[in-house]
Design a protein around this ligand. Structure first.
Ligand SMILES: Nc1ncnc2c1ncn2[C@@H]1O[C@H](COP(=O)(O)OP(=O)(O)OP(=O)(O)O)[C@@H](O)[C@H]1O
Ligand SMILES: [Mg+2]
Length: 338
């Protein structure tokens, strides 16, 4: 497998009047060529800031990189000049944002915005860029693409706008597509269509995909690898089958338990009690300790780091790596006590 992206101990912090918000605080993971990585975790865990960091689109100030590296094909994106970053962005690496409306410009037609993206990065003529834009609109499943080329964003439905965003993101055949909750604002049928589309495009083009989502169902369908984020850090990572069949972190299990099961409609939906700690005021020890049914004194004192628990599967939990407790966790997992 060829590593295309590697984050090493990335720290993206914000200076705020209330203190330093450690939005991403020592995040490490890598993504192979042709692979789809799911990034899951509750709201405020640092998923979007991680993605924006890779694009180097974190507003600075108040944001700043407090440490670490982002290696793109071995090159540290945090130290290359902005001009070089601009050549990569929207070209080799592109992103579909969480809010499609705020990233499409309301005063230009959809077609003009896709064309612009192509013209910035490719040595093509206006008419070639137009032809490619119409082709992209067709590719992402927009009916009457030639007509839609001249539509303004507000003239389209949410699902269609999201497709335009995807067309824009794909316009230069990226090697990495970052999709930040690409379907949250859409209704279920459209969600399924858009996710199918991303899956098909990934298979056709061989690009790598980093897919941020709240939804484990989406992960199961599209991803090979998954990282679970909690309070600005990665608490577990592994192959999708490992995370689903053998979740080691109590937080991961809590997330998995909150998926409604088929035929269990009357059962109370399991949610993890409590809240994610604020990025401004993170606890010293394990950041999940305050919500964890297994937490002991050592968990509150010292932060656990990711450790291998089986080949390809890492967890940051004092209990999970201790074999006696690992057994206890497993048996409690079976009984659904967590
Ligand atoms: N401009 C900012 N100034 C201060 N703190 C910020 C800023 N942007 C983000 N943060 C903080 O960074 C943390 C991570 O935010 P992020 O948007 O990455 O979460 P997320 O995992 O994407 O959540 P969601 O699922 O809701 O999209 C949050 O605690 C947030 O308050
Ligand atoms: Mg987000």
């Amino acid at each position: 497998m060829e590593k295309i992206l590697e984050l090493k101990e990335l720290k993206t912090w914000y200076s705020t009047s209330a203190g330093i918000a450690k939005a991403v605080d020592g995040v490490s993971f890598s993504l192979d060529k042709n692979q789809t990585l799911g990034v899951v975790g509750e709201s405020g865990c640092g998923k979007s800031v991680t993605a924006l960091s890779v694009m180097r689109l974190v507003p600075m100030p108040p944001g700043y990189f407090a440490g670490g590296e982002i290696l793109w094909k071995g090159k540290n994106l945090l130290t290359i000049p902005e001009e070089e970053m601009r050549r990569l962005r929207g070209n080799e690496i592109s992103m579909i944002f969480q809010e499609p409306m705020s990233s499409l410009n309301p005063v230009f037609t959809c077609g003009a915005q896709i064309m612009e993206q192509i013209l910035v990065h490719r040595p093509v003529t206006q008419s070639e860029a137009k032809a490619r834009s119409v082709e992209l609109l067709h590719l992402v499943g927009i009916p009457n693409p030639l007509e839609r080329f001249s539509s303004y964003p507000h003239e389209l439905s949410g699902g269609m706008r999201q497709r335009v965003m995807i067309a824009m993101a794909l316009s230069c055949n990226p090697q990495l597509l970052i999709a930040d909750e690409p379907t949250t604002a859409l209704d279920v049928t459209v969600q399924a269509q858009i996710l199918d589309l991303i899956g098909t495009l990934q298979a056709d083009t061989g690009m790598s995909v980093m897919l941020i989502t709240h939804d484990f169902g989406v992960v199961a369908e599209l991803c090979q690898e998954v990282i679970v984020m909690y309070a600005s850090r990665v608490v577990e990572k592994g192959r999708v089958d490992q995370i689903f069949s053998n979740p080691m972190h109590p937080y991961t299990r809590g997330l998995l338990n909150s998926i409604p099961r088929l035929g269990s409609r009357n059962e109370r939906l399991h949610v993890i009690e409590g809240n994610v700690p604020s990025a401004i005021n993170l606890p010293d020890g394990c950041r999940f300790a305050g919500r964890c049914p297994f937490a002991e004194a050592q968990c509150r004192e010292k932060q656990p780091l990711l450790e291998l628990c089986e080949a390809g599967h890492e967890v940051a939990c004092w209990k999970a790596i201790d074999s006696t407790y690992a057994d206890e966790i497993k048996s409690r997992l079976m009984q659904n006590i967590i």
